[in-house]
Design a protein around this ligand. Structure first.
Ligand SMILES: *Cc1c(COP(=O)(O)O)cnc(C)c1O
Length: 392
């Protein structure tokens, strides 16, 4: 099989060659335990400190505010549990209807176990109803968790503004910034965000490494207890190679932000504009103004997203559909449903998410291959023929 045309970077990214190279010695010669007293282990500890400093710089944070975890999901869980354990009298949680399952499913679980949850709705463009959010806050609210950017549509939320208002009410604010870090500038220096999650494999570090930023002074309670690693905030011997890879990926992300917002954005814009032009009855899902530079979610009406993915797969084109197909059903995703995207459009929604590794040739190939695929599928779709008859 030829190299894939990989446009599914919001699902996972390739490990940057520079990251792999930085990691390799820690699988072979440099296997020491960073907590050991001897120089052999200690040198690994120094590399972890350096990685922490790189991640801190990417976020405009202090190194002491950076906690290494096993993934974005663990960072989200750690943040939410830390907030509710540090405020045991508070039984209210605020989040949005469009969170990643890492937040959504945890908060729904807490909702069945003694917590009252407010799920802030979004409009047709995926923008949050901030009045609902602010009106829901009370002395009983333990935490507000709002993602920085949505993984399905790329919509960016006004997280800094929300964080300031939430802080002024004396409430802890967490953001799942897994899709935002490395794509848009983030600076914790003058921010009101208490905790922020990110994940290595969404920014060219390996799978299985995450970070939780915890602002100094935020009350914290560890999720994993045991040894004294990570200053007692997360027990367990450090995933040394991955932490060092994460540090290298943070350096690359800082250097690559410019490319992401110029070249990658231009590729995304061309892909989107050409597909909309060549395919009738197609439209973009999400807020076209406040959007990640690498993501476009396009609804192709009257076809099944899964069928599009299968036919694109024959050309090695990798993207995602807007259905929760992992559950075995073909329900449109909770994000598109929350936005009120009509059934006929949600089912045919495809997310393309690019990275610095995509080329203009790849974009041209998708522009060439996809429109005939949609046309072919529509010829077989009774919904399409019906819509044509009724003149839609
Ligand atoms: C991928 C993702 C996660 C989960 O990160 P893992 O490292 O895979 O656990 C959480 N939130 C968002 C927005 C994501 O895109």
């Amino acid at each position: 099989m030829d190299a894939p045309i990989y446009m599914d970077n919001n699902a996972t990214t390739r490990v940057a060659p520079e990251v792999l190279e930085a990691m390799l010695p820690y699988f072979s010669d440099l296997y020491g335990n960073p907590s050991s007293m001897h120089t052999f282990g200690g040198q690994v500890g120094q590399k972890i400190d350096a990685a922490r400093a790189h991640v801190a710089r990417l976020l405009g944070a202090f190194p002491e505010e950076i906690l290494f975890t096993s993934c974005g999901t663990e960072s989200d869980s750690t943040a939410i549990y830390a907030a509710i354990r540090s405020n045991p009298d508070r039984k209210h949680i605020v989040t949005t209807r469009v969170e990643h399952p890492a937040v959504k499913n945890l908060v729904e679980h807490l909702g069945k176990n003694g917590y009252q949850v407010t799920f802030v709705p979004v409009d047709r463009q995926g923008r949050l109803d901030l009045d609902v959010l602010y009106d829901s806050l009370s002395d009983d609210t333990a935490i507000v968790s709002v993602m920085w950017a949505n993984n399905e549509t790329g919509t960016i939320f006004p997280v800094e503004e929300i964080a300031r208002n939430v802080r002024d009410r004396g409430i802890v604010f967490h953001t799942d910034a897994v899709q935002a870090v490395g794509k848009i500038p983030i600076n914790m220096a003058n921010s009101a965000v208490n905790m922020l999650s990110l994940s290595g494999h969404k920014l060219h570090a390996p799978k299985g490494i995450g970070v939780l930023y915890i602002r100094k002074g935020t009350r914290f309670s560890p999720f994993l207890m045991g040894g004294h690693q990570e200053r007692g905030r997360r027990a367990g011997t450090e995933n040394t190679a991955s932490i060092i890879g994460m540090g290298r990926a943070a350096e690359l992300a800082m250097a690559g932000m410019e490319v992401e917002n110029s070249r990658v954005k231009a590729l995304r814009d061309k892909l989107e504009a050409e597909l909309l032009k060549r395919v009738p009855n197609s439209m973009v899902n999400g807020d076209p103004e406040n959007r990640l530079p690498n993501t476009t979610s396009i609804a192709f009406e009257y076809v099944e997203g899964e069928a599009i993915l299968l036919l694109m797969d024959q050309y090695g084109i990798c993207a995602s559909s807007g259905s929760a197909c992992t559950s075995g059903s073909l329900e449109p995703s909770h994000v598109l449903r929350a936005m009120g995207v009509p059934f006929t459009a949600a089912h045919g929604s495809i997310r393309f998410s690019l990275s610095v590794y995509n080329t203009a040739e790849e974009v041209d190939r998708v522009i060439e291959k996809l429109p005939p695929i949609i046309d072919r599928l529509r010829q077989m779709s009774p919904f399409w023929h019906e819509a044509q008859k009724s003149g839609k």
